[in-house]
Ligand binder design. Structure first.
Ligand code: DGL
Length: 266
């Protein structure tokens, strides 16, 4: 971290937030970054609303106190759809959340059947009902939650061999629902899933369009920090894990590709 220059703080349960960090670094290549993965409580998608709401705002409060970021990005659909307003109320810095890209999907769908692929916790949120009503009232919005696809993304970034059936099963969870045969767009409503988009495309029995909010979130971060001072060259970032272990060390090469060269515990 560069002393004296406030970083951007990215937060997720694991490596999913890298799918938001990537487009952000394209727009703001010199931004100092603290990337936080709540590995001690991973995965979020199988937890209850109460568990997420009890943990995440308090943890963010600690992190902001420690790292003094200029802005926090909740790079996790599960945490955002459950706890974004509480997190915002708890922090005195701008907070950017990540919510399923139902709006662009509904705008782009020709068949008027879209799929929302997220964690089990995200796809059952009233937040998703509201997005579907507001932006896709004339669409059939199919939903499916997959935790094994979250694990697949983590395994990919650890460099492990991948089971192709996992992506097939996740897509089948949408395609086999009523109307699934007409679905043309799949919203990747978990930040881990863009990291395995190639595997999803390869497993798809017919061409599907995958959409997620990463680029829009990056533009929002750039807008909110417009006119602020950044270092004049790219700087090395820090990856903070709430639990360390050999599985976390195995992520080092993937993290280094995002200039996250320091790995430490909280
Ligand atoms: N990457 C997160 C999301 O966007 C959570 C994945 C998990 O921990 O289950 O929902």
């Amino acid at each position: 971290m560069t002393p004296g220059i406030a970083p951007l703080l990215f937060f997720d349960s694991g490596v999913g937030g890298l799918s938001i960090l990537a487009p952000t670094l394209s727009l703001l290549p010199n931004a100092p970054v603290v990337y936080v993965a709540d590995s001690a409580f991973y995965p979020y998608g199988t937890k209850t609303e109460a568990e997420i709401a009890a943990r995440v705002p308090a943890l963010l409060g600690r992190l902001v106190e420690r790292y003094r970021p200029r802005l926090a990005v909740i790079a996790c659909n599960t945490a955002s759809t459950i706890a974004l307003s509480v997190i915002r109320a708890a922090l005195d810095i701008p907070v950017v959340g990540t919510v399923p890209a139902v709006k662009p999907a509904a705008l782009g769908s020709k068949s008027r059947v879209i799929g929302v692929l997220g964690t089990q916790a995200t796809v059952r949120q009233p937040y998703v009902d509201r997005l579907a009503q507001e932006f896709g009232a004339d669409c059939t919005v199919l939903r499916h939650g997959s935790s094994e696809l979250v694990d697949l993304a983590e395994a990919k970034l650890r460099g492990e061999p991948l089971d192709p059936d996992i992506a097939s099963r996740a897509l089948a969870g949408l395609l086999e629902q009523e109307g699934g045969d007409r679905m043309d767009i799949v919203v990747l409503a978990c930040t881990h899933f863009p990291l395995v988009e190639a595997e999803l495309a390869a497993a798809s029995p017919r061409p599907l369009t995958f959409m997620h909010g990463g680029d829009g979130i990056a533009r929002r971060i750039a807008y909110l920090t417009q006119g602020q001072t950044w270092p004049d060259h790219p700087v090395e970032g820090t990856a903070v894990f709430t639990r360390l272990g050999p599985d976390i060390q195995a992520l080092a090469p993937a993290l280094a590709a995002f200039n996250l060269t320091e790995i430490k515990g909280l």
